[in-house]
Ligand binder design. Structure first.
Ligand code: FES
Length: 151
C-alpha cells in the first residue's frame, strides 16, 4: 500500500463521514480504482464501516473496485443495441481482449464493460472507447479499432 499517497489525500479532509465520497473520488482519480487496503484505512480514519464503503463504491458507476485499464470500452446493451447486435459486438470485444465484461486485460490496456444506453440508438449497435463513439459497429471492425488503441 502507498501510505504516503493515501495520507496526502486524507490530509485534505477533516476526517468525518461526510467526506467519504470526495475521499473515494480522490482515490479513484489517483489509483484509477479503489484498492481494498486503502479503503480499510479510509474506514478507520472517517469512522465509517467498511461494508458501507463497499456499498457506496458499488452503487456509483464512477467508482471501480478493480483496476481500470488505460482505455475504457463500453459496449451498449440497451434495448435497441441489444436487438441490433450488441451482444455479438460484446462477444467480439470480449473474445479479442480475452476478458469478460467488468474486467481489465492483463496488460492493463483495456477495461471492458456494458452500459444501458449511450443515447445514440439511431447508430445501434454502439460502443464507446474512452470519449469516442463508434456507431453501426460491425464485429469485423473490432480488431482494427482495437489496433488503433494498442500502445
Ligand atoms: S440502446 Fe444503445 S445507444 Fe441507445
Amino acid at each position: 500500500m502507498d501510505q504516503e499517497r493515501l495520507d496526502t489525500i486524507l490530509s485534505r479532509y477533516e476526517g468525518d463521514a461526510a467526506d467519504l465520497i470526495p475521499v473515494l473520488q480522490d482515490i479513484q482519480d489517483q489509483y484509477s480504482y479503489l484498492p481494498k487496503d486503502e479503503l480499510k484505512v479510509v474506514a478507520q480514519k472517517l469512522n465509517v464501516p467498511l461494508t458501507r464503503i463497499f456499498s457506496v463504491a458499488t452503487f456509483y458507476k464512477m467508482f471501480s473496485l478493480i483496476p481500470k485499464g488505460r482505455h475504457q470500452i463500453r459496449v451498449c446493451l440497451g434495448t435497441t443495441c441489444h436487438l441490433r447486435g450488441g451482444p455479438r459486438l460484446m462477444e467480439s470485444f470480449s473474445h479479442r481482449l480475452g476478458v469478460e465484461p467488468g474486467y481489465t486485460t492483463k496488460d492493463m490496456q483495456f477495461s471492458l464493460e456494458t452500459v444501458g444506453c449511450l443515447g445514440s440508438c439511431a447508430q445501434a449497435p454502439v460502443a464507446m472507447i474512452d470519449d469516442k463513439y463508434f456507431g453501426r459497429l460491425a464485429t469485423d471492425k473490432v480488431p482494427k479499432i482495437l489496433k488503433l488503441y494498442k500502445n
